[in-house]
Design a protein around this ligand. Structure first.
Ligand code: ADP
Length: 326
């Protein structure tokens, strides 16, 4: 009998999940397995929304953001009784392996599931926040950065026409990765993230001098973990500069998957299927220092993610008030 393998998406969706589903179906068949979809994440596992996956299901989806099979957060999956129902559903279908696209919470849940019911799984880090410890890259980040870049480039056009300061708030939960990369690559004047604490008032003198010399707009990128409205007030009250806050919100999650996310989806899924079929039972496939490695759930979920030190020091060099060019 052919081994049966399923895939599900859990937590926030990211652009790159659909390319991952396509590779999953094609590579599972290529390896002589029977692929299945679990619809709507752990909720679908509990409610038996489990269907065989065909090539036709993934035709044409590589260009689409989001996930064709849906995702969810599931309170019920936190309870052992519902995890037992989920395990029974998988066993009824004869499915013994599961690939989970999600974050560290989802992997923690899967580890419990594996310990209780012996269903092997491999996690693929998928979140635009890029905040999972143990991996340099999470699926969806590159597309999100592209969306933010487009937004900031367009905001810059209007900012310069109207002599305004634009405060652009990016996602990232407690992690400043999206904001830092976006600020550096969009030529922002200011970047505020939790990892580089800054007293904004230390910028007042330098920015006043820049205004006196003719600067007619500012772009500030602020992580959602900090208070973008406060930054806007500071521009208005201390610099006399009209300001607007632009919260990018959920547009950051969507969009046509970038080339890099399509390639990473392809590689993550390939390594995950290989690992499961070779007997790896409960790991997360990580991308570190340009290599793919398998890590335990504790390695990815016990410690908070920290932005790479080299990147942080570049950020400090660029954005600490003491380095502001008058
Ligand atoms: P993420 O996977 O992005 O970190 P969450 O932390 O919201 O997202 O977790 C996603 C889902 O994983 C939760 O809705 C829940 O169903 C499951 N989960 C998280 N932590 C646990 C846990 N300790 N035990 C069982 N299930 C969990």
């Amino acid at each position: 009998m052919k081994p049966k393998i399923a895939i599900l998406c859990s937590g926030g969706d990211v652009s790159g999940m659909n390319p991952a589903l396509k590779r999953f179906v094609e590579y599972a068949y290529a390896r002589g397995m029977e692929p299945y979809f679990v619809h709507h994440g752990f909720e679908g596992l509990i409610d038996n929304l489990i269907t065989p996956a065909a090539y036709s299901d993934v035709a044409g989806i590589i260009t689409r953001g989001g996930t064709k099979i849906g995702s969810s957060r599931s309170k019920r999956f936190m309870e052992p009784a519902f995890r037992s129902i989920a395990a029974e559903n998988l066993k009824t279908h004869g499915i013994t392996m599961l690939i989970v696209l999600g974050g560290d919470g989802s992997f923690r849940g899967m580890e419990r599931f594996y310990t209780e019911h012996g269903i092997s799984f491999c996690g693929i880090p998928s979140t635009i926040d890029n905040d999972i410890n143990g991996t340099d890259y999470c699926l969806g980040v590159d597309t999100a950065l592209g969306v933010i870049k487009e937004a900031i480039d367009q905001i810059r056009d209007t900012a310069s026409s109207f002599r305004r300061a634009f405060i652009i708030e990016t996602m990232g939960r407690n992690c400043g990765y999206l904001a830092l990369i976006s600020a550096i690559t969009s030529g922002a004047e200011l970047c505020l993230i939790p990892e580089i604490p800054i007293d904004i008032h230390e910028y007042t003198g330098c920015f006043k001098s820049q205004i006196a010399k003719g600067r007619d707009y500012f772009i500030a990128v602020v992580s959602e973990a900090l208070n973008s409205t406060e930054v806007a007030h500071w521009f208005e009250e201390e610099l006399g500069f009209e300001s607007r806050v632009s919260v990018l919100g959920h547009i950051q999650r969507g969009g046509n998957p970038s080339v890099y996310d399509r390639l990473m989806a392809y590689k993550f899924v390939t390594y995950a299927i290989d690992a499961l079929s070779e007997g790896k039972t409960h790991s997360v496939i990580c991308y570190t220092k340009s290599h793919f490695t398998f890590k335990t759930i504790d390695e990815v979920a016990l410690h908070p993610y920290r932005i790479d030190e080299e990147l942080l020091s570049l950020g400090r060099e660029q954005f600490l008030p003491s380095h502001c060019q008058m």
